[in-house]
Write a protein that binds this ligand. Structure first.
Ligand code: 5GP
Length: 190
């Protein structure tokens, strides 16, 4: 998606050879116009897949996932990183290792918001090692729901996430695919 790549070139900050900061339009300040266009793009790409819900992981995936859900006219479900102690028996949960923070957390979803009739599109901001996405997939499968695909804003293709997901037969649609961040320069796969 040219719009997103242009924005990454203009405002993305390469922290090191592995991490890109996009705080001015995705992760901290959010550009609603860009999110709307991203939502249209995902909705168009996945339109014939029989999707019943969009799901994302809090918090950075919420804005693009909400716009996608709006375009597709389906609900958005937000997978939580901190489970409610009170409702724990009513949750599906799985452990996920956080790439950026180097820690792990429990990803949860309430049993009442997902069922085996659901066919779910997962949206997330980044795909790196694929830990967040594979965690989301495990949760959806615990509910016996099915996965329509994964929509990613920024894929770092030099990390193993895409390969893992393709091996698991999950369709990955990434709007910007980064080949390398080496030396502070952002190289895309065209
Ligand atoms: P993964 O689980 O695929 O290794 O990492 C995915 C999650 O880590 C994303 O949801 C995102 O929050 C975070 N992440 C991974 N790489 C980057 C990065 O280069 N920049 C930022 N801002 N977040 C990242």
């Amino acid at each position: 998606m040219n719009l997103l790549e242009e924005r990454i070139c203009k405002e993305g900050k390469v922290l090191n050879d592995e991490i890109l900061k996009v705080d001015s339009f995705i992760n901290h300040q959010v550009d609603p116009y860009l999110m709307k266009e991203i939502g249209k793009e995902f909705a168009n790409h996945f339109k014939d897949k029989g999707i019943t819900k969009v799901a994302t992981i809090e918090s950075s995936g919420i804005a693009p996932a909400l716009m996608t859900a709006l375009e597709m006219n389906v609900p958005l479900v937000i997978m939580k990183k901190s489970p409610s102690k009170v409702l724990k028996t009513d949750l599906y949960g799985t452990e996920v290792v956080s790439f950026t923070k180097g820690t792990s957390y429990e990803l949860t979803i309430a049993k009442s918001h997902i069922c085996e009739e659901d066919h779910i599109l997962i949206i997330d901001d980044f795909l790196a090692n694929g830990e967040a996405s594979t965690g989301a997939i495990r949760l959806i499968r615990k509910a016996n729901a099915t996965i329509a695909g994964l929509g990613i804003l920024i894929e770092k293709s030099f990390q193993p996430g895409r390969q893992k997901l393709e091996e698991a037969k999950i369709e990955v649609y990434s709007l910007a695919r980064i080949k390398s961040l080496n030396g502070g320069s952002i190289q895309f796969i065209n």
